[in-house]
Design a protein around this ligand. Structure first.
Ligand SMILES: C[S@@+](CC[C@H](N)C(=O)[O-])C[C@H]1O[C@@H](n2cnc3c(N)ncnc32)[C@H](O)[C@@H]1O
Ligand code: SF4
Length: 404
């Protein structure tokens, strides 16, 4: 998993449909982080770096393979159910590099037939030209960072592509892959709910099965944060933010793409299986600079994090066989907290029995009853707990309360 994949929280319409087969057996995912971008977007705090010299891809392939081998030695035999190339910008990799890394995954673990293999792509024309190569290498799903469908906002977001170029990339993705998704950022400077509703209607029109819709977050250390603190960047106030959120839920649900997670919408059955591994608190290996993993070993559930700097990671792997800089066996309490933090983001909610098995204690009945009485959480006949429409805007506080 990338370092901040679960950071962004907005709200969700918990009245949306639950997934068809909620399961505790979430599968085994492999996350591979490619840490390079052609330029740094002013809002982004992902582990992404701009390099003017050409990246030595064969050297990275060898390092990825060594770190995959290291993880496989820790996990023992596993059947991989999903693989995700995230970034950074994985679509800057040559297709042969993607193929070589996939071969390394298959050499050290077995890959389930029909495993979901996703790759994040920036929608420039140069990158779209490589889509066929990725497909031939084994990728079966792309996730495109479209961000906005008008050039004014793309410029404001510092993106290197136009809306026309992004839509051309979406068309190529649709022609090349059976499954694709794209990301949009909303609550942009000066954006109104009416403009956003029209843009979202247009976005859904591109026959998309999955959309990630992120509310713009001003992240510490970014250029946007500096502009914001200097009073040079205005983002929608909380009332407008809520209206933009309501529009998101209404348009997506009406057009057949209900939310299944805080920021993710899909036609039923088209959910991203890899991200579900995280949210259902499954097992995953995190490979590459700045990647996080959760491995189930004979010592228990282990949290791993690798060195963020690409060159530092490369040297560590070449020296030690891995770039892991922290490895912590999680206590029962920490596992219970993580399970709540991840699972309550999902519209399908959580099974409290799984919490008890991980945390070594049941949820506090008094706190739970109070949250149910306040209408922030619902409990169905089978005992499953879901955050309600009223609860999602205060999800962080709610999780903290329940975990305490
Ligand atoms: C690793 S990036 C995407 C991949 C690709 N590099 C791109 O930019 O097209 C994942 C997504 O996170 C979202 N994102 C990044 N920073 C954000 C922020 N500050 N607020 C909201 N969404 C953000 C963007 O939608 C982006 O597409
Ligand atoms: S948003 Fe994507 S392209 Fe832009 S800096 Fe972040 S990872 Fe790179």
């Amino acid at each position: 998993m990338r370092a901040n994949a679960y950071k962004r929280s907005s709200s969700i319409n918990a009245a949306g449909r639950a997934l068809t087969h909620p399961t505790a057996d979430a599968g085994f995912g492999v996350y591979l982080h490619w840490p390079f971008c052609a330029s740094k977007c002013p809002y982004c705090d992902f582990n992404s770096h701009v390099r003017h010299a050409q990246v030595d891809e064969p050297r990275f392939i060898a390092a990825f393979e060594r770190e995959i081998a290291h993880n496989a030695a820790l996990t023992g035999p596993r059947e991989v159910t999903s693989i995700f190339f995230g970034g950074g910008t994985p679509s800057l990799m040559r297709p042969a590099t993607v193929g070589a890394i996939l071969d390394a995954v298959a050499k050290h673990w077995s890959v389930a037939p029909g495993a979901e293999i996703s790759l994040e792509a920036n929608p420039t024309s140069v990158e779209a030209e490589r889509f066929r190569g990725y497909r031939d290498a084994g990728v079966n799903r792309v996730s495109l960072g479209v961000q906005a469908l008008n050039d004014r906002d793309l410029r404001r977001l510092g993106r290197m592509h136009t809306a026309a170029e992004a839509l051309a990339a979406v068309r190529i993705a649709a022609d090349t892959f059976e499954r694709y998704s794209y990301d949009l950022i909303y609550a942009r400077p000066h954006q109104t709910p009416a403009e956003w509703a029209a843009e979202l209607e247009e976005a859904i029109g591109y026959a998309v099965e999955h959309l990630s819709l992120y509310q713009l977050t001003i992240e510490p250390g970014t250029w946007f944060e500096r502009l914001f603190n200097a009073g040079k960047l205005t983002v929608p106030d909380s009332e407008t933010g809520r209206a933009l959120y309501d529009v998101t839920q209404e348009v997506c649900a009406r057009r057949g793409l209900p939310a299944y997670e805080i920021s993710n919408h899909a036609r039923p059955g088209a959910e991203c299986r890899h991200n579900l591994v995280y949210w259902r608190y499954g097992e995953y290996a995190g490979i590459g600079p700045g990647a996080h993993g959760r491995l189930v070993t004979d010592k228990g559930r282990v949290a791993t994090a690798t060195i963020r700097g690409p060159e530092e990671w490369l040297s560590a792997v070449e020296r030690d066989g891995h770039g892991v800089e922290s490895r912590e066996t999680l206590s029962e309490e920490a596992q219970g907290d993580e399970f709540l933090l991840m699972g309550l983001r999902l519209v399908e909610g959580i099974d409290p029995a799984r919490f008890a098995a991980l945390a070594g204690r049941p949820l506090d009945a008094g706190r739970l009853d109070a949250l149910i009485a306040d209408g922030l959480i619902t409990r169905d006949a089978a005992g499953r707990l879901r955050v309600s429409e009223a609860g999602f805007p205060v999800l962080d506080a709610l999780v903290a309360d329940l975990a305490a």
